[in-house]
Design a binder for this molecule. Structure first.
Ligand code: SAM
Length: 248
């Protein structure tokens, strides 16, 4: 049978593509891409003139069955997105799911992803992290997503558009307080790559006084909630009360 290759492409710097990725993109029968014109620029840079077909969030469900049929007949198909790793806040999930269910081989060809790139250099704990992706656009929904993360001990990672950066940082400050540590990574692997870090209050100050910080592509990382090591968790206290009431 055939194979679906999930191929990571650069998140900015065009050199961030692996030798194996180029090999797969060159030799497969067809490349599925989110935006064919965008991807052709990258492919041309590397002398790849393979067939490119669109697979984006509006057609990926409709196309999955047909692609699975082609793959079952032996096709070798590569999936790429506009940047980074497919399926990470990008299309591809319905197709990979359908392939797995149909017993078609799915082979990852790893490379750049903004979440891992940002975490690797931010200086925040990386032993545990939670990837949230894009928060809801509406203020109310975003607020309840943030409230649910208030006590999260792991570092949390968000993708955000530059237009909403300040609003989101302010909403984070309302929920987590001004002292929570944050890192804003911008334009990773590109000419104007920057990491702003500090308390939410100080990063909001830096972003609001420098409009350049409200441009480009952005990853926000929040330090996890710090627990007072001496405090007994509320849930444990409640359990203790219940247990001691049962004891003879
Ligand atoms: N699949 C991609 C990945 O693996 O990272 C993510 C695609 S998502 C549609 C695009 C978002 O990723 C941007 O809005 C931004 O939050 C983040 N991003 C992508 N490239 C970036 C970069 N060079 N610097 C900072 N953030 C980036």
């Amino acid at each position: 049978t055939g194979t679906l290759y999930i191929v990571a492409t650069p998140i900015g710097n065009l050199q961030d593509i692996t030798l194996r990725a180029l090999d797969v993109l060159q030799s497969c029968d067809m490349i599925m891409a989110e935006d064919t014109r965008h991807s052709r620029v990258l492919l041309e840079q590397h002398g790849i003139s393979n067939k490119v077909v669109a697979l984006h969030e509006h057609n990926e469900r409709a196309k999955a069955d047909g692609l699975v049929a082609q793959l079952s007949q032996g096709a070798k198909i590569a999936l790429i997105s506009d940047a980074g790793t497919p399926l990470i806040s990008d299309p591809g999930y319905p197709l990979v799911r359908a392939c797995r269910q149909a017993g078609v081989a799915v082979v990852p060809v790893p490379g750049a992803s903004a979440v891992i790139t940002a975490l690797s250099a931010a200086g925040l704990p990386t032993d545990r992290f939670m990837f949230i992706g894009f928060l809801a656009a509406k203020a109310g929904a975003r607020q309840s997503q943030l409230s649910a993360l208030m006590d999260e001990a792991a570092t949390t990672v968000f993708y955000e558009s530059p237009r909403r950066l300040l609003d989101t940082l302010n909403a984070m400050q309302d929920t987590m307080g001004p002292e929570r540590e944050v890192v804003v990574a911008r334009e990773l692997t590109k000419q104007f790559e920057t990491f702003l870090s500090g308390t939410l209050a100080s990063v909001i100050e830096q972003v609001s006084t420098d409009s350049n910080q409200q441009r480009g592509e952005i990853v926000i990382m929040l330090h996890g909630a710090r627990r007072d090591p001496d405090a007994v968790p509320a849930a444990a206290e409640q359990l203790l009360r219940l247990l001691s009431a049962q004891l003879p």
